[in-house]
Design a protein around this ligand. Structure first.
Ligand SMILES: O=C1C[C@@H](O)[C@H](O)[C@@H](O)C1=O
Ligand SMILES: [Co+2]
Length: 298
């Protein structure tokens, strides 16, 4: 890949899991960001253990040559919580802006089952026409607010949410304005659609609308178990559904080629939540970094 176009980051969720804070609770913020730098990354997203004071966070990241590229934001438009979502979004955006990030990765969490014990493949919510209108209108509004700060909003399609499948991503992207972008997550696309081809089809279709990329690999045998036993999203994470690029079923050479051919400019973030007691975060960060060097040439 063209190394002038790409910056490589890693998500802190491999050290301490924000969805299940008991996973990796022993890992400290400073250990996490030191190991990110040691593994060869120059950026990261924001985890629950990070200091939220801008000066303190900049100080610790500056020591290690790490930049903040994005932080997850949950929206609740379909639930009718428009004003509350927008108020919280403005605070979140201002924090990210102060940290120098350019994108704000959002996930529509109304009726999401990602943090519940519900069966991932059997009990997911499907938005009604009315809910879709609320979501699209809300995201158009967030994009307008972000543009005033010179920032961009992107939607994180996610397992267990109302915007998970190819059809749901299509519907969302058709309904929103062109200044709402897509955060493409390889792992969630593969997990949802069940094949490399379907995952790549989403990437190819939305290349001009993708402004942030999460690189997650998937272990097929764990996904099969989640399906067969009717397990939840979090059960799957604990069992190791996700891992770093090069350690699962996805052939990332095709992902990198599509992005490179399209002239993608921006961050690629290794994001591989699994149990840190089973997958040493530094070891896996190094493994993912090595694979990217060998396959993307960066
Ligand atoms: O971007 C993400 C953030 C996490 O909190 C989430 O559950 C994970 O799967 C993901 O893709
Ligand atoms: Co992600």
């Amino acid at each position: 890949m063209n190394k002038d176009n790409i910056k490589l980051a890693i998500a802190p969720i491999g050290w301490t899991n924000d969805d299940m804070p008991d996973l990796g609770k022993e890992n400290t913020f400073q250990q996490c960001v030191s190991e990110m730098a040691l593994a060869g990354f120059s950026g990261c997203e924001v985890g629950s253990k990070y200091p939220r004071d801008v000066q303190t966070l900049k100080y610790h990241l500056g020591l290690r040559g790490i930049q903040i590229c994005n932080a997850w934001f949950s929206t609740f438009f379909a639930n009718g919580q428009r004003e509350k979502t927008i108020d919280e979004f403005v605070n979140h955006m201002n924090f990210l802006h102060a940290m120098g990030a350019k994108v704000i990765g959002c996930s529509e969490q109304s009726k999401s089952i990602q943090g519940t014990t519900k069966s991932l493949f059997e009990e997911k919510h499907h938005f009604s026409d009315e809910e879709w209108l609320l979501v699209a209108d809300g995201y158009n509004q967030l994009a307008r607010i972000a543009a005033e700060k010179g920032m961009q909003v992107c939607l994180h399609h996610h397992m267990g949410t109302g915007i998970q499948t190819t059809a749901e991503i299509d519907r969302f992207m058709e309904m929103v304005n062109d200044d709402v972008w897509l955060l493409f997550d390889t792992g969630h696309a593969y997990y949802s659609e069940g094949s490399q081809e379907a995952m790549l089809a989403i990437l190819e279709k939305y290349l001009p609308r993708i402004n942030h990329v999460h690189l997650k690999d998937v272990r097929d045998d764990v996904v099969a178990e989640v399906k067969a036993k009717g397990l939840s999203f979090l059960d799957g994470v604990r069992k190791g559904a996700f891992t770093v690029p090069g350690d699962g079923a996805i052939d990332f050479r095709l992902v990198f080629k599509l992005l490179d051919d399209a002239g993608y400019k921006g961050w690629m973030v290794v994001e591989a939540e699994q149990d840190p007691a089973l997958a040493n975060p530094l070891e896996y960060a190094q493994k993912g970094r090595r694979y990217i060097r060998e396959t993307a040439g960066i």
